[in-house]
Ligand binder design. Structure first.
Ligand code: GCO
Ligand code: MG
Length: 406
């Protein structure tokens, strides 16, 4: 059995999804997602120029060897661009393997450990009441867990992009390559947000799982103070309290608070998180199959995490296509140490038309389809309607102009 060809598509509804389709000589194809948010053309070029020419002729069943070939063979290893490209190949090979076996990918991993996987959605508000409405609408739609982000009085721009456009399903701003500027003021945030979180808890009661994403904005000592201040809220997790590169920061937060910590959406490999996991400095690992080398590599991270009571909370912002979300869905129902799944992309008509799937969220739980492989398809005629449009993440500046972390 051999790979006969592979093609890369860039585009999608409200988002530049990077889709890899691998074809074989037995008529089975596999799909992978290489969407690197706001840098989509780069993994597409890596795939087209370097990976695909090497794949042709390889045996698609040998996904482990192909992964090692890509990773070790690159010499300049890791990094989001390469790992997104390898992640797409790996997902597509698992898709092929499942289709050949007539089994959903979760069965190849070891089968379902649960009936469904709890998901969380994004609630956001231009002010606290607006946020309360957004949380209420999630609760009405059956969500048991909600990430809450709120604009801070006096701080222009913060948390607004994901609040715009109702459900905030697609955060790409196709405004071009030049970044917009958002303001950041740690003092205002620290004075406002703990009280806001406490009010949300008071309004919605003890059962709702409340998550909050600091998005890398605080210094270690500030993050420790913030974590202590929000302890009475009983958060499900506090995400990215500090920039992810400084892993000692998590130790400082840990020394001062028992708030569950989640990190890892910007990690690309097990080498970015093995120490954090082994030292038990985090509670949830946020890697994504797209950014961290596909199912093969993420499974290694999940197994390491399980040894240290770290649960999964895979990244699922619209940075990823429904193909990556399907890979996560299979990992979620299998992983013994599953925690929660961020869920935003499926269920819109345009997205479902491009990526038909039976995976569904009902009552805040992700129900994974029994279809062989990843259980998601890609409609090439639909894809022809879309093309790449440039967009950019914003940059963040302090009041005096100093550049800060987005
Ligand atoms: C999350 C993330 C997103 C990121 C986005 C960047 O927790 O979902 O922080 O909101 O900002 O994925 O591309
Ligand atoms: Mg985040």
């Amino acid at each position: 059995m051999r790979i006969t060809g592979a093609r890369v598509f860039v585009g999608g509804p409200g988002k530049n999804y990077v889709t890899l389709k691998i074809e074989t000589d037995v008529g089975v194809h596999g799909l992978g997602d290489a969407t690197l948010n706001n840098r989509e053309t780069l993994p597409a070029a890596y795939l087209r120029d370097y990976v695909v020419p090497n794949l042709v002729g390889m045996d698609p069943r040998r996904s482990e060897d192909i992964w090692q070939f890509l990773y070790r063979g690159a010499y300049f290893r890791r990094g989001p661009v390469a790992m997104a490209a390898f992640g797409a190949v790996d997902m597509a090979l698992w898709d092929i393997k499942g289709k050949l076996a007539g089994m959903p990918v979760c069965d190849l991993l070891g089968g379902r450990s649960r009936e469904g996987a709890m998901v969380y959605g994004h609630a956001a508000g231009a002010d606290l009441e607006d946020l309360m409405d957004s949380v209420a609408s999630h609760v009405e739609r059956g969500y048991r867990a909600v990430r809450v982000q709120c604009a801070v009085p006096g701080m222009a721009g913060y948390a607004v992009p994901e609040a715009r456009g109702g459900a905030g399903d697609f955060i790409t701003d196709f405004g071009g390559i030049r970044s917009k500027v958002e303001a950041w003021d740690t003092g205002r945030y620290m004075r406002f947000m703990p009280g806001a979180l406490a009010e949300i808890r008071a309004r919605f009661g003890p059962e709702l799982h409340i998550l909050h994403d600091v998005h890398h904005r605080l210094l270690p000592r500030e993050a420790a103070e913030f974590a202590r201040a929000v302890e009475p809220v009983g958060l499900f997790w506090l995400e990215d309290p500090t920039p992810a590169e400084d892993q000692d920061a998590l130790r400082i937060i840990r020394q001062h608070s028992t708030v569950p910590l989640a990190i890892g959406e910007v990690f690309n490999s097990i080498w970015d998180c093995n120490r954090l996991i082994e030292r038990e400095q985090i509670d949830f690992i946020r890697v994504a199959a797209t950014y961290a080398g596909g199912i093969t590599h993420v499974r290694r991270i999940v197994d390491l995490a399980a040894l240290h009571h770290v649960r999964t909370g895979f990244h699922g912002a619209p940075s990823h296509s429904p193909i990556c979300m399907a890979a996560h869905a299979h990992l979620d129902v299998w992983a013994p140490n599953f925690g929660i799944q961020e869920w935003l992309v499926l269920g819109t008509p345009a997205c479902d038309a491009l990526f038909p799937t039976e995976h569904r969220v009902e009552d805040g739980m992700l129900r994974v389809s029994d279809a062989p492989g990843l259980g998601v398809e890609f409609d090439e005629r639909e894809a022809a309607r879309y093309e790449y449009r440039p967009g950019s993440h914003p940059v963040v500046r302090l009041g005096d102009g100093t550049l800060w972390n987005y």
